[in-house]
Design a protein around this ligand. Structure first.
Ligand code: ATP
Length: 290
């Protein structure tokens, strides 16, 4: 029996806290990070295709639709790993800016694992889904958990969902300065002066989230990748300073950048700041924890 086409949302994330604690023997960095799912999302439509065929399309011409697409990678892994006689046609409607530190590709891959599980009737266990996610990339695992906030350790792929009910408002400014994650991490070792941000800070951040204390969250924002991001794109320091002037509660980069985001006190404040930055930047969003 053929399953009817269906669509699933694929959300973006911010890193409220990203502390690099060391380098692993496998070359990856060891992280302590706080993921926040936000309501900015792509939509992915799944429909059947002839056996063995994976056909990807996307409304954003900058996204590759061949084997470089993380959705393709997920589909190819599942086809082989589950040894099934299926195919899939997958269309991505993009809203999440690409190569912006918002993990759009990783989120799409996680949505693909869940969508293909349903399309192909695989009945994958959560452990099996996680195994596929980790093969695709470090950020994929978070999106398999239906949680707005989570602590990530290891490569960022060991996920502990948080019970906090905190829902934050943000403004995101996405400058036209795509940054490759591998370049940022490549520079990290050369630019970082120390790896000693105390663990106490993440504990305090978790407490602020539990208490729904947005000002505390803003004060404790941290991203150890800021130094290499600014070494690659020095002009982003001006953007960050400008956002700090508008939103003193707290401003940080997400992931490997270049997205700069602020924690705001309310939706009204997020919309006010969005309005100001929209005059000079094309991609500005007011978003909320989702
Ligand atoms: P990372 O997860 O590496 O931090 P990012 O959030 O900065 O990535 P993405 O939007 O995931 O950025 O894009 C990173 C790269 O992945 C881009 O160069 C893009 O061409 C490629 N890519 C592969 N598949 C996708 C996809 N489904 N959506 C967006 N980009 C994709």
């Amino acid at each position: 029996m053929s399953v009817k086409p269906f669509s699933l949302p694929s959300y973006a994330k911010l890193n409220l806290f990203l502390h690099v604690t060391g380098r692993r023997p496998d070359g990856f960095h060891e992280l302590v990070t706080l993921f926040e799912r936000i309501d900015l999302h792509d939509d992915i439509t799944f429909s059947p295709a002839p056996v063995g065929e994976i056909i990807i399309s996307c409304d954003d011409g900058r996204v590759p639709c061949d084997e470089r697409n993380l959705v393709y990678k997920a589909a190819a892994l599942l086809l082989k790993g589950e040894n099934v006689a299926h195919g899939a046609r997958i269309h991505i409607t993009k809203r999440i800016p690409v190569a912006a530190g918002l993990a759009g590709g990783s989120s799409n891959a996680a949505t693909a694992i869940m969508g293909l599980d349903r399309l192909w009737g695989l009945g994958l266990s959560s452990v099996r889904r996680l195994t596929y996610a980790r093969k695709i990339g470090s950020d994929v695992a978070f999106f398999l958990y239906d949680t707005p906030l989570a602590l990530g350790t290891g490569r960022g792929d060991r996920i502990k969902p948080l019970t906090s009910q905190a829902r934050l408002w943000h403004v995101l400014v996405v400058p036209r300065a795509p940054v490759l994650t591998k370049d940022v991490y490549g520079l990290f070792g050369k630019t970082a002066s120390c790896l000693t941000k105390p663990d106490a800070d993440v504990t305090m951040m978790l407490r602020s989230l539990k208490q729904k204390d947005f000002a505390g969250v803003g004060r404790l924002l941290l991203n150890d990748l800021e130094v290499p991001i600014l070494a690659l794109k020095p002009h982003l320091a001006r953007l960050k300073a400008r956002l700090v002037r508008q939103s003193p509660a707290g401003v940080s980069f997400s992931g490997s950048g270049p997205t700069v985001f602020a924690v705001t006190a309310s939706e009204a404040e997020a919309l006010r700041i969005k309005d100001i930055f929209s005059r000079t930047y094309r991609q500005v969003f007011a978003v909320r924890t989702f």
